[in-house]
Design a protein around this ligand. Structure first.
Ligand code: FAD
Ligand code: AMP
Length: 484
């Protein structure tokens, strides 16, 4: 049922205006409405077919379409290589990419239209077009038909998100050199694909097209693989990716990409000197930058930092009364769930309620196979902190459920403090790691010890037993593993 707005309003006055309807902005709008505030959410996202859609990068060109293709491509790959092991004989798994892409587009459409349904139920006014903060409490709204109106609100939440970083040496040139959005919408499997950047997005997109039959080379400038992750985890993941045929080249800095006759000549330097690579398509996935184009009139007082992020404190206050900013356009990891929690926090703070985001306990997930997920500190970070610690590792090879699933790659690892046994980090590479990490997030949110996890009953046979056994292994008390 729709919440009754607290403030009687004409159509241009709200308690809260949210600029940006991605996973940071739309939850802020919904929570503000749940808090009985009158809310409008402005969004200008336009899809390639010319339709406008709420949901931002995440729903239209990020989290959701990438997961749809990861799921489909993994099924295709497993049907080819694994079904026979299960005793399922199929004559041949044939790829119907058009159908796969149709399914991806349909999931995106359903999810983005779902936001409008959520807005309707909560009583949020959706406004399609561009929003610009003119001054505290004043927003210029340019509707999709070009008409401008000045709206008023006591509070404005900026949630304008981020955009892909272009590589100067390999500028975007569709259809050959594309960003992550372009790579989600290929209508044919490229024979040879180069992915620049072995970050989360590069690895996910590289996996999709590798499984669908492309030869994939991933060029990563850093000498370390997944430098942000626990290195034991990163090494294990890299071993499996290489086995799958993903050609990951580390210490490979791209210096140029020239398109000629439908082929791209990529040049890069590595320890051996200058290298060349001929491919059909290039995906540039070297990261994203905050997007604030035409968001702020000159004298609003809202400040950007040297990298273009909107400056905020730990409660997402910009320092200008009544102006807040959340999600990818502010500091912190560029993750949908981080933005969502910030949006909800701000909407609660605006309503005078309690709100907080625990930035120390934000899970990270990479939806490759094996999947990668972690929360808290890596072993390298704990070591650098000087705190004495213990580790427990449990391999999925020893998990009955993982064996039944034919997915025994990887392990779960628990890091706990030597002194008070506090869990400092949990790192999982293996089947459904992104689901399994939720237990660790909850445990850490409650400052659990490894003993708390050890004494928690885990159903058998489940993958979650690996987390349980890893906690036991931290005290050398694992039951189901010889190498405890
Ligand atoms: P966005 O989602 O970018 O939304 C901002 C919205 O604001 C957009 O719709 C934009 O058009 C609109 N906007 C901007 N300025 C204005 C303006 N002035 N007026 C009106 N509207 C405006 N994260 C995860 O957590 N999990 C994943 O699995 C994951 N996978 C990803 C896969 C890919 C390929 C990519 C590219 C990203 C992925 N991400 C993932 C990251 C995630 O998409 C972002 O962290 C998230 O979308 C950020 O949310 P946001 O609301 O801050 O910004
Ligand atoms: P992420 O920030 O997780 O999206 O990862 C982007 C990755 O791209 C990082 O690991 C960067 O080191 C990498 N990268 C950035 N510039 C280049 C470049 N010129 N060539 C190869 N890799 C790069």
């Amino acid at each position: 049922m729709a919440n009754e707005p607290q403030t009687p309003r004409n159509s241009d006055t709200y308690d809260v205006i949210v600029i940006g309807g991605g996973p940071a902005g739309y939850p802020a709008a919904i929570r503000a409405a749940q808090n009985k505030l009158s809310v409008a959410c402005i969004d200008e996202w336009k899809n390639r077919d010319g339709t406008y859609a709420f949901g931002g990068t995440c729903l239209n060109a990020g989290c959701i379409p990438s997961k749809a293709l990861l799921e489909s491509s993994e099924l295709y790959h497993r049907a080819q290589g694994e079904f026979a092991t299960h005793g399922i004989r199929i004559s041949e798994a044939k790829l119907d990419l058009a159908q796969m892409q149709k399914r991806r587009a349909s999931i995106v459409r359903t999810m983005t239209q779902g936001i409008l349904a959520l807005f309707k139920a909560a009583g949020v006014t959706p406004l399609t077009g561009h929003g610009k903060l003119l001054a505290p409490g004043k927003v210029e709204f340019t509707a999709s038909d070009g008409k401008k109106r000045t709206l008023s609100a006591k509070n404005v939440v900026l949630a304008s998100g981020s955009t892909p970083i272009e590589l100067r040496s390999a500028p975007f040139k569709a259809p050959e050199i594309v960003d992550s959005w372009g790579a989600l919408e290929f209508d044919a499997v490229p024979k040879r694909l180069a992915v620049i950047g072995a970050g989360v997005i590069g690895l996910e997109l590289g996996s999709v097209w590798l499984r669908l039959g492309a030869e994939v080379v991933v060029l990563e400038a850093l000498p370390e693989f997944l430098a942000i992750a626990d290195q034991q985890l990163a090494k294990e993941a890299l071993k499996h990716f290489k086995k799958q045929g993903l050609d990951v080249r580390l210490g490979a800095k791209v210096t140029g990409a020239k398109v000629a006759g439908g082929t791209v000549e990529v040049t890069y330097t590595d320890a051996q000197g200058e290298q060349r690579l001929s491919v059909d398509r290039v995906v540039v996935a070297i990261g994203r930058r905050p997007y604030t184009q035409d968001l702020l009139a000159p004298a609003t007082g809202v400040q950007l930092d040297e990298r273009g992020f909107i400056k905020v404190d730990e409660h997402c206050r910009t320092g200008v009364e009544g102006v807040w900013a959340v999600g990818d356009c502010v500091r912190g990891p560029m993750l949908a769930h981080k933005g969502k929690e910030e949006g909800v926090m701000v909407a609660d703070l605006i309503a005078g309620l309690y709100g907080e985001v625990n930035y120390k306990v934000i899970p990270s997930v990479i939806y490759t196979a094996p999947e990668i997920a972690w929360v808290g500190q890596t072993e390298e970070q704990v070591r650098a902190s000087g705190r004495a610690y213990k580790t427990g590792v449990f391999p999925f090879l020893a998990s009955g459920r993982a064996r039944a699933m034919e997915q025994t790659a990887g392990f779960a690892k628990v890091l706990a403090a030597q002194d008070d046994d506090e869990i400092l980090g949990v790192h999982i590479v293996g089947p459904l790691a992104g689901e399994l990490i939720a237990e660790a997030v909850l445990a850490m949110e409650y400052s659990a010890s490894s003993e708390d996890l050890q004494r928690t009953i885990h159903a058998h046979p489940t993958l979650s037993e690996a987390v349980h056994e890893a906690a036991l292994a931290a005290d050398k008390r694992a039951i189901d593993n010889i190498n405890r």
